[in-house]
Design a protein. Sequence first.
Length: 158
Amino acid sequence: MILEHHPKHGFTLIELLIVIAIIIFLAKLIIPRYSAFYAKARQTEVMLNLSNLYAAQQAYYIQHGRFTTNLKTVEWQPKGYTGNPETTQHAYTYGSIGIDHNGQEGVTFYTGSSQTPATLLTGSQLTAENFVFKAALRTESTTEVWRIDHTGEIKREQ
């Protein structure tokens, strides 16, 4: 009787485990770097939008001798704003809700895709003499609040 030798096809369990271990190792290297990159991109978004909002208010002030209390007047809204948080392309909620919390979506504040509540904009204000705009982002692990005022200074509050 002649025994035929059939070549084996496929991978052994050890080979598969080694490949899985390599993939896990690479993921542990890449994910923190991606998270840091993503956080930096969000911070760049907020700084650019707050700077543009400041510039729009300053231009209005030069023309009218006062700041506007209605952001539609200066035709400013965050890039990617659609009015629907599910399709909006910016993450932060921007604007001012005033001391009395009478802000209005699309007029004094704009909700971002993170659907961060406008109540985190507390302490912001829009008056003819000055303004404080805020940007807020709440994620599962953090809350960020940024502000810019009529002097142009951008600060992170939280």
